[in-house]
Design a protein around this ligand. Structure first.
Ligand SMILES: [Zn+2]
Length: 218
C-alpha cells in the first residue's frame, strides 16, 4: 500500500471487517516469547529515534512496553482470555429492558495505536436467558483490549451478546474520545465519537428512545 493510502485509511478510521484481522499463526508463540520479541523490536525503534538505552531511566522501557502490550493493552485478541459468559434461566420472567450503562472503554485505535477512552451503554430485553451483569462489563473490556475501530468494537459486543442471550433484542452505544483525533492530525480536543448498533425490538424508534432516555438521565 502506498503511503498516501495508508494515511487516508487511518485518518478516515475505516475498518475492513467485523472480525479482527488475525494471522493463522497468531497464537503459536507463548506470551513470554512474544514479550521477548516485542522487547527486542521496540528497543530498535527507540534506538532509531536516537535514544540511549544504556540510560537508567530508559533501559527497562522495551521490556515494560512489551509486557504492557501483551498482558494489558492487547490481551483481547487471544480467545483463551475471553470471559466465560455464564447465562441463567430467566426465572423471574423479567421481560422489559435491562440497561448497563457507563461501562468504561479503554481501547486503542488500530490505525495509530493510540488510546480510545469513553463509555459503552448496553441494553437488552431478555427472552429465556439472562446474563450476569458484570459479564457484560467483562465482555466490553475483552473486545476493547484489541487494536480496534469503534464501529467494529460495537458490532463484536452486539453479536456476542445476541448469540449468548439467544435474542436479537440488544443495543450497544459507545461514546469515546480518540487520541489520534485529539493529539495528532486535526488535534480536536473536544469532539468525541458515538456509535450505535442494534437489532430486534430496538429497530423500533420508540424502543431506542426509551433506551436514550434512561442513559441521558444518569
Ligand atoms: Zn487512529
Amino acid at each position: 500500500m502506498d503511503k498516501e493510502k495508508i494515511d487516508l485509511l487511518g485518518d478516515n478510521h475505516v475498518a475492513t471487517s467485523v472480525d479482527t484481522p488475525m494471522l493463522a499463526t497468531a497464537f503459536d508463540k507463548s506470551d513470554d516469547e512474544k514479550i521477548e520479541k516485542i522487547q527486542f523490536h521496540f528497543g530498535k525503534i527507540m534506538e532509531e529515534l536516537g535514544l540511549d538505552l544504556t540510560d537508567g531511566s530508559l533501559s527497562g522501557t522495551p521490556y515494560r512496553f512489551a509486557k504492557m502490550y501483551v498482558k494489558e493493552l492487547f490481551y483481547g485478541p487471544d480467545p483463551k482470555n475471553k470471559p466465560k459468559l455464564s447465562v441463567f434461566e430467566n426465572k423471574y420472567g423479567y421481560k422489559k429492558m435491562l440497561v448497563e450503562q457507563y461501562i468504561t472503554i479503554d481501547s486503542s485505535c488500530e490505525h495509530h495505536f493510540l488510546p480510545i477512552t469513553g463509555h459503552a451503554h448496553i441494553a437488552y430485553v431478555p427472552k429465556d436467558r439472562v446474563v450476569g451483569l458484570s459479564k457484560i462489563n467483562r465482555l466490553v473490556d475483552y473486545y476493547a483490549h484489541r487494536p480496534q475501530v469503534e464501529e467494529r468494537l460495537s458490532l463484536q459486543i452486539l453479536k456476542d451478546l445476541q448469540s449468548v442471550l439467544k435474542t436479537d433484542d440488544v443495543i450497544v452505544m459507545i461514546s469515546a474520545k480518540h487520541l489520534c483525533v485529539s493529539s495528532r492530525g486535526i488535534k480536536d480536543k473536544d469532539s468525541f465519537t458515538t456509535t450505535l448498533e442494534y437489532g430486534g425490538c430496538f429497530e423500533e424508534a420508540t424502543k431506542r428512545e426509551e433506551f436514550f432516555n434512561i442513559v441521558q438521565k444518569n
